[in-house]
Design a protein around this ligand. Sequence first.
Ligand code: 3PG
Ligand code: MG
Length: 434
Amino acid sequence: MQTNELHPDLSLIQNADLNGKIVLVRFDHNVVKGGEIRDPFRIDRTIGTLFHIVERGGRPIMMTHVGRPKDKKTGKIDCRNDESVEPIIQYLEQKLHSKIHVPSFPVEPEKGIAGIDTSINLAIRELRERRIGGIYLPNTRWFQGEEGKGKIRESFALQLAGLADIYVNDAFGSWQAHASTYDITKHLPSYAGFLLQQEIINLSRVLNPERPFVAVVAGAKYDTKIKPLYAIYEKVDRLILGGVIYNTFLCAKYDIKIKGVLDDDIKLARELVEKDRTQNKIVELPYIVESDILDERIEGKYRTISTRGFSPGKSYNYILDIDPKSFEDEQVADAIGTAKTIFVNAVMGYTPHFSLGSQALDHTIDRNSTGMKMYGGGDTLQEFKSLCPGLYLSVMDNANYYFFTGGGTVLTAIEQGSPYGLKPVQALMATEST
Ligand code: 3PG
Ligand code: MG
């Protein structure tokens, strides 16, 4: 059963009075890597909300986080140039033919930005008087209060609120409760933007899928994906694994060793193996690529092996990709080919050198022309786009495909069983519309 409806308590941007208002809008434009935009998809998906704000007489102040500038252990914030919002502003200015102002605030070495000061007021006046098209704040995670605790966080939320009349959250990918995604809603009338709304509606197709439902999950780390993986396992009819997650599973299932797979993770994976002994949902990709070296793909140094040759106690070198032959296997082809819903959060191989597995996966999924195909995650999309550019372009507007702008958000929503448990979304339900 699918629902195209949003929870009635969610405050929607279309119900806000925007005329003449300064609108603080939080996007997830976290698309900058090494100082360059990797894929503008997340920016493009928010243009509708921006247009709506301006069209209805609002004046936008935009913000996003970029990267993870705060060191979790030391608490230090590193405001590196290659994690600035500059490339995003250049992209927007070019696309919108508009002038966007980026205020700058003093940066304390290793501490980040203390807060928003009154130097921004002049720009806000220019924004009101339409001499500039918008203001874009520095990377939210450069501010001490964004992820901080206590007073510093509270005053950052208040400073943000002081800039605007209304807050809009259109940052689907940013599910973590931070000052700019969560605390701010205590101080301003707050609404869900159009991208957030659309993503929530589409989430219901994953949460209440048409069956058979197949998920393809891969990832570089086993421990952080284990919880959502269990939640996915409960929901699916068939589960296909790739990447380190698959290698870990194989080690636990066949009692083998694979280079780079951690013993602790193998212990964790035994639970999944046990579960699957009775429920039998995991479809094995039988042909995998073993390589003697990690960072290159050198003829003679890698080979395809079969899981059917595994026996207890055997050791293998790195397993870095899925051999495309795996997708011709009857069970695999049948699982993917007959699915009514397919959710993919997976890069199958060790990029950039081992990518044939992901490529074959995308093409195999595409051959299922009637199923709903849902992709989630920045890396997953990036791989799809760079490995199968023609296919990616041709399916962008295909109604049987949907691309989420946040993979972590989808996984968290699956884990919680609902998008309304995500704290930034919850916060838009508590506030009253004006
Ligand atoms: C992402 O790229 O995954 C989102 O922007 C969220 O980023 P985060 O995991 O650093 O919060
Ligand atoms: Mg991510």
